[in-house]
Design a protein around this ligand. Structure first.
Ligand code: MG
Length: 455
């Protein structure tokens, strides 16, 4: 049934005018409009060159089915998600390809609470699309298109309610913002100035060709941010992905941290204030997350890999904090979705409250070493490999929520997971020293190879 699939792990994504065409976008709009059924939907887009094009194509489809569209223009994904909830919309449609390269764009559908729709709802839309079950509206029942302005100001005000603005302002922090020439440069610099921070911006002008760096905030593309933080003597640097739901941070010495470290800082402070609270995170997350939750009496709810899964789980169990190691933090009191500006404000709040620098907050965390590996495995053998591997390790502390994750008593761990897109198994090991991590990858690679020989 793979030919009947539109949605990937994070909405519909494709190469502009090749995999994702205007015709297709109109039909996706028709299918989403039919799914919602003559409702009020918010629509907005990120800074990509094709944002205006796909917005109009999707709006054509939505209004043809009788949905009214409130067009919010260009904004970050979390600002648009917040606006869906704040304006009591029935849902929303976002035109964004998040961290993908500039030649991509995408479409994702949002429920009335601002959270991405569930997988089951995506299948409903796919069925409408592929079975041509579009419900066109009569000429006098077409939807209207209205402009919706002011959503960024409302979003900034909402974030400020969750932090101690006076305490942050006293510190007069200096923050460098790297917006990747996209929507991360719209609300966050204003938010930071309103929090009394001095702001230095790089890659700040909106340019959908992403001339400054690629939209994915990988450590190797954040050299300019790290150098700028040091050059201007800032307290912190933050880099956003293309739609500004993920944020990666740089400390005052220009050291770039992967998202697990900043998430762990937030977990600790959150648990000190909310003892026993639940933390939602994918099973791929670092042992640092588990250690921090254990140390401060939190309870981890593991999920499959994917941000929508984290949001849906938070909704299901009413958890108030979630996170991914790629820099996605979900602060449920604000909204149960990844939010780069909210994450930035939370870190400043913690720095103001504890009086610690970002490097100081990271220095108190246990150190882990990570090793990765991969083993070729045909797609049709992946399920059998999983079964046999589980059979061999089932007496250990193991989870099969997504692949096979094993936690060992010495604090090391390994995740063995089939790739969703390539004929390989991937291995991610963590340990308190490099040798142990390497040995875990070697041992389990060998186990996988032996299993493959028997299938
Ligand atoms: Mg994103």
């Amino acid at each position: 049934m793979s030919t009947r699939k539109l949605f990937g792990t994070n909405g519909i994504r494709g190469l502009v005018n090749v995999e994702l065409t205007p015709e297709m976008a109109i039909k996706v709009g028709l299918a989403i409009g039919t799914f919602f059924g003559r409702k009020n939907l918010l629509l907005g887009h990120d800074a990509r060159t094709s944002g205006a094009l796909f917005s109009r194509a999707v709006i054509a489809g939505l209004t043809a089915t009788g949905c009214n569209v409130y067009f919010a223009g260009m904004a970050s994904t979390p600002a648009l998600q917040f606006a869906v909830k704040n304006h009591q919309m029935d849902g929303g449609v976002l035109i964004t390809a998040s961290h993908n390269p500039p030649e991509y764009n995408g479409i994702k559908a949002i429920w009335s609470d601002g959270i991405e729709i569930s997988h089951e709802q995506e299948v409903e839309i796919e069925n409408i699309y592929f079975d041509n079950k579009i419900e066109f509206a009569a000429w006098d029942k077409l939807g209207a298109v209205r402009e919706l302005s002011g959503i960024n100001d409302e979003y900034i005000e909402a974030i400020k309610k969750h932090v101690d603005t006076a305490k942050i302002a006293c510190k007069r922090f200096h923050v460098v913002v790297d917006a990747a020439n996209s929507v991360g440069g719209i609300a966050t610099p204003i938010l930071l100035r309103e929090l009394g921070c001095k702001v230095t911006s790089i890659n700040a002008n909106i340019d959908g060709t992403f001339p400054g760096r690629l939209p994915e905030p990988r450590p190797e593309s954040l050299g300019e941010l790290a150098a700028t933080v040091k050059a201007v003597g800032a307290d912190m640097g933050v880099a956003f992905d293309g739609d500004a739901d993920r944020s990666i941070f740089v400390d005052e010495h220009g050291v770039i941290y992967w998202g697990d470290k900043t998430f762990a800082i937030i977990i600790k402070q959150f648990l000190l204030k909310n003892p026993g609270a639940k933390i939602v995170t994918p099973v791929s997350s670092s042992t640092l997350i588990k250690d921090t939750a254990d140390a401060y009496k939190g309870e981890i709810e593991w999920t499959k890999v994917g941000s929508v899964t984290v949001s849906q789980k938070m909704k299901e169990i009413n958890a108030k904090l979630g996170g991914e190691e790629n820099g996605g933090v979900f602060y449920g009191s604000h909204q149960a979705v990844r939010d780069g500006a909210m994450t930035t404000a939370l870190l400043l709040d913690i720095m103001a409250e504890t009086g610690q620098t970002l490097s100081g907050l990271v220095a108190e965390q246990p150190q882990y070493f990570i090793e990765k590996g991969k083993i070729a495995c045909p797609d049709d053998k992946k399920a059998a490999v999983h079964e046999k591997l589980y059979e061999q390790v089932k007496d250990l502390n193991v989870s099969t929520i997504d692949g096979v994750k094993i936690w060992f008593e010495d604090g090391s761990a390994i995740l063995i997971r089939p790739s969703g897109t390539e004929p390989v198994y991937r291995l991610y090991a963590e340990a308190k020293n490099q040798e142990k991590a390497l040995k875990l990858v070697e041992d389990y690679s060998l186990k996988l190879k032996k299993i493959l020989e028997t299938i």
